[in-house]
Write a new protein. Sequence first.
Length: 159
Amino acid sequence: MIQATIAGKQFIFNDTDENSDIDIKILDEHHLHIIHNYKSYNATLVSFNKEEKKITVRINGNDYEVTLKNDTDLLLEKLGMNSSSQQKINNLKAPMPGLIINIAAQEGEHIKKGEPLIVLEAMKMENVIKAPADVTVKKIKVSPKEAVEKGMVLMEFGE
């Protein structure tokens, strides 16, 4: 069973086609055929984020973001263990020893998940360390050209 949430509405569909609210057939890697309430729709896959289980489909020129949950996701959510209940991230630690090349954030700045925080040079390669979640930088514990060890706290996050 898969639960799809589109514009706040939830739809259920099964691999067995029994008790489904919606019928989806994959035509090729970018095109889908959807039947819902006896209406037929052709959809184009615009984007797919496997990590967040979100897809964007275009139907009749309109884009719709769809969040997908399988049986395991629904069970974890029911038990209060879903990704939205992740524990709060308090700091950023160096993933490896290296040299701080650049600090892309400032204290007090709100950073979105995936935005760069620090550039760390390790083994002659520059590694961009990105925000693991939406965070507010409370304190920067390092400065450019500073050598760091693995596990050393580089930044603290807070309100």
